[in-house]
Each structure stands twice: as C-alpha cells, then as structure tokens.
Write a protein that binds this ligand. Sequence first.
Ligand SMILES: O=C(O)CCC(=O)C(=O)O
Length: 277
Amino acid sequence: MDKDKILENYNRDGYVLLKNVFSPEEIRSIREKITNLSSLEGDVLSHESLREVLLDERVLEPLRIILKGKLVYFGDSCVQSEKKEGTRGFHRDSKEDFEDPTKTDYPIVRLGIYTQDHVQHGGGLKVRQGSYKREYFGKQNISRALFGKPYGPLSWKALRIGKSINLDIAPGDLIIWNLRTWHSGHAVRLKFFRRFSINPKLEKHIPKSFLRPSILPRMVIFSSFGVSSKELDTYVAERAKHPSNAEFWKKCKFDSPEVELLCLQKGIELKYDGIKK
Ligand SMILES: O=C(O)CCC(=O)C(=O)O
C-alpha cells in the first residue's frame, strides 16, 4: 500500500490493515520462535529472537507515515501465545484522554502481527470504523458531562460510534490502529455470514456449533509506538501507576545496550519512564 493510501485509510477509519507484509515462510519462523521462547514475559524487544520482527522496516515505515515523527518505543508491547479464548469487550486504550477527538489527534498507535488466519477463522480483531474521531459515552465522559465539563455540548453524534467490523486478518498482515479506536480481540466468526460482526458482550453466548473454529495456539505480537508528546507522557505515567503494569515493566530489558544500539540505528527513541530501573 502506498503512503497516500495508508494515510487515507488510517485517517478515515482510525486503523489500517496492511496485507502480506510478512511471507508465509517468515510467519512460520515467527511462530517457531514464539514456541521456542522459554518465557513470554517482558516486552517484545526483550526477546532477542523477535527484535528483528518488530524493528523490521516493513513495520516501522508505515508507523512513521502515520505518526509523522520520530518514533518513540516505551516497552508497551508483548508476545502472546494463547491456548484458549481470551476476554472480549469493546474498549479504547487512550489514557486520561479528555480532548475532543473530533478536533485533536492522539499520537499513539498499536500494532498487531497475528500469525494465524482470521479471515475464515475466529479469534481475530474487531474494530469500530472511524470511532477514534467520535465523542463517546464511556464512563469518563458521562461523569464529565454530569459533574464536570464535557468537551462541547454532548450530542446525538456521540451515539454513532462507528460500524463494527470483523477484520479480515490473514497471517503475514500488519494491523495498526489508533489508541482511541474502539476494538475487541478474540472476535468470533459465524459459520454462515462470516462477515457479520456480533457485539463482543454477546459473542460468548453464541453456541459453538454456529461458529467457525479459532486456530490455537493464537500467537500475536502487539506493540505500541508514539511520538514525543504530552499525551505519551500521560499515557506512560498512567500505565505505570497500575501494579500489574509495573510488574510487567520490571521484566522488560529494552534498556540493554544491544537494544539501544538497534533503536539508535533505526531512529527510534526509547522512553524508560515506565520501567524506571
Ligand atoms: O487480543 C486482541 O486481539 C486485542 C488485544 C488488544 O485489545 C490490545 O492489544 O490492545
């Protein structure tokens, strides 16, 4: 996908799905490397064998196009290998984010490298198209509307939170979404009407016989990147406050000289506020 198309899709939808970024052979190798890890703990760059995947130019270039600046990596990444279905529910990951999304950008994105098929199978990702630009009736905004200042008059527009779409992610594809985009993992696929996207709250109630199976173990590499900004400072500070994230970051080793050198070569800034060793 060329630069203009990446920006056009991302600006319209709040996400962009890049097809065939990795070859089937590369995906087989990534799955093998994940299988051979002695532990999944820590961020992706802490795993020597997987650094090259995340720092691949085919991954970094679209991020630079979307974020329009020097990339900042702050250890908010993980390698997942799940043997059973995980939790579901639409959510957005921006933190302490009270700006008007119709007028402001949120300079942090997340990427997913799913290593199994989610076109014909379940277990993929669903998103609400364009939701990153919508006001929303989340808990934060309702309490702001009642007890504080909503950003502008709350309107019916807030109820239009974007069409729910099961993304056709195939192994080798790269999906990048803005942290304000509503999304939910482990999306189910109906046997018939495979494109039909069911609300995540209802997904677990659908009888198995109506569903397409998921490929297990479900192996995915997730990572966030941002550009230097007050939003990024707030995001990292907010995440670091939570004991579970503090525990996670303690196991990260992206402050090693090898990672620092690799990131320097790739023009990536490392932000250590979360891990503070
Ligand atoms: O498991 C998934 O597919 C989605 C994960 C997710 O919500 C996230 O990484 O922010």
